[in-house]
Design a protein around this ligand. Structure first.
Ligand SMILES: [Zn+2]
Length: 147
């Protein structure tokens, strides 16, 4: 499962995830929500919590809250050029997203539990693979002094 030879013949599940990334990049990120309100992400077919197959799309919150994170200094080869980097799990309302936390410039990533972040799609520095990227939400709602 860890060898990286799945580039050409993307499975349908990979395609659905790619389409979800497209939506996220366009600012239309969504979760799959069952009638009980459990959220999950494509390519899910059934709710992972209750097994319901009646999933509909629910918009993600515009900003999320960091629940956990870890800073990686010694990366796997696929992230070699990205280190140090931080991965975070962020609560976006209907569901949680896992992605990479980035701050502007060359600042070392320094997230904290409870931080508000926005979500976007970025590229892994190592090989250009698309991935979910979180950025601090402060810069957009704060004093705006950033030159
Ligand atoms: Zn459910």
């Amino acid at each position: 499962m860890s060898d990286a030879d799945a580039s050409e013949d993307a499975a349908p599940t990979d395609r659905e995830y790619a389409e979800w990334l497209d939506a996220l990049a366009d600012g239309g990120g969504f979760a799959l929500v069952c009638p009980d309100g459990h959220g999950s992400l494509p390519p899910r077919r059934v709710c992972p919590e209750c097994g319901s197959a009646d999933l509909s799309r629910g918009a993600l919150d515009e900003t999320g809250v960091v629940e956990t994170y870890s800073v990686v200094h010694v990366p796997s080869p696929r992230f070699a050029d990205d280190a140090p980097y931080a991965t975070a799990v962020v609560d976006f309302g209907p569901t949680r997203l896992t992605g990479v936390y980035r701050e502007g410039g060359d600042a070392a990533p320094d997230p904290a539990v409870g931080d508000r972040v926005t979500v976007d799609v970025g590229e892994r520095a190592t090989d250009g693979e698309r991935l979910v990227v979180f950025r601090p939400a402060d810069g957009e709602t704060g004093s705006g002094i950033e030159r």
